[in-house]
Design a protein around this ligand. Sequence first.
Ligand code: FAD
Length: 379
Amino acid sequence: MDLAFSPADEEFRTEVREWLHARVPREPLPSLETAEGFAAHRAWEAELAAEGWSVVDWPAEYGGRDAGLLRWLLFEEEYWAAGAPGRVGQNGIHLLAPTLFAHGTGEQRARVLPPMASGEVIWAQAWSEPEAGSDLASLRARAVRTDGGWLLSGQKTWSSRAAFADRAFGLFRSDPDTAKPHQGLTYLMFDLRAPGVTVRPIARLDGKPAFAELFLDEVFVPDEDVIGEPGQGWRIAMATAGDERGLMLRSPGRFLAAARRLEGLWRERGGPVSERDRVADALMGARAYQLFTYAAASRFIDGETVGPESSLNKVFWSELDIALHETALDLLGPEGEPADTDWAERYVFALAGPIYAGTNEIQRDIIAERLLGLPKGRR
Ligand SMILES: Cc1cc2nc3c(=O)[nH]c(=O)nc-3n(C[C@H](O)[C@H](O)[C@H](O)COP(=O)(O)OP(=O)(O)OC[C@H]3O[C@@H](n4cnc5c(N)ncnc54)[C@H](O)[C@@H]3O)c2cc1C
């Protein structure tokens, strides 16, 4: 693998840096887990999209720059280094869009992707249910056939940002009589403001409504909003889960920027020797994750898939994120305690890393069984 970037790649990096330098809001936007912050972040998505920066790797016809995976990684490094706002559109951009590129129809891509790129339509992921998280295949929400479409009923939970989002994508049981639980599932998109949908916000540790429960009562979804073949939802969803854990959800740029901020904080506090190793570990971890991701991206570009290695990624970034933020809070002492400080808010979010996108316990099982060839655990 060649780690040197071409002059054209470096030019791209400079263009991104200059644009961000001119446009990133000087004052941080309000938290995107509040109505006011959500609106401000949506407006920022539109500003990014106006020049094709919201989805640089997508084809231009859907609002991107056709920049490819490698330049997406460069973009992300510059984005987070510039202290740019969190991405309120990420569930759609990193989970639904890859699914539509792989399994959607041309009509669905043309209809769904441009308003997603511009932030006009923000998507929520509606997979989890009260009794179906790690064991997703045990989900019970139903899709029942009706004239021209489906009627959705049941309950979904932990749907990030669904309190303010516009639409959602999720899995529903369309055939209750199959031999195995992961058969007979259908992947559908639906409107969060459609008749029959009740969205009940759930407060996070700091009180902000970062998630919601969704109650669905015979919500009509037209056939054009089914992704792939009815009954084939599991296969499609598993491709999405790979994207979620693997390359796209947490780009290394985010951790590199956080580790550098930590280093800055440590220096500002007089570089206490007692914390030196933890700061160095955070910097090395972020760099290691960057290199691992470059290696995975090169394999992707060469036509290979990432596979169960994405579970390694997931465990690594989630643990790095917590360690890094704990070190920052230790450096800050009582100053870091109020829930609204930047470091504290990011710490609260980091704590959830080992849970969402598939818990780390389950990821470790995947690593043990599929990468290390160890015997199956007790399940
Ligand atoms: C910040 C955050 C955002 C989220 N956003 C979304 C979202 O947008 N959309 C959505 O659909 N969901 C979302 N979720 C839900 C998330 O996907 C689930 O919480 C997760 O899949 C775990 O499921 P669960 O909560 O039902 O826990 P459970 O599955 O009940 O697990 C509880 C504990 O038991 C362990 N465990 C369970 N089964 C096994 C096993 N077989 N072997 C070993 N250990 C096991 C788990 O690892 C975990 O530690 C989000 C969660 C968080 C924290």
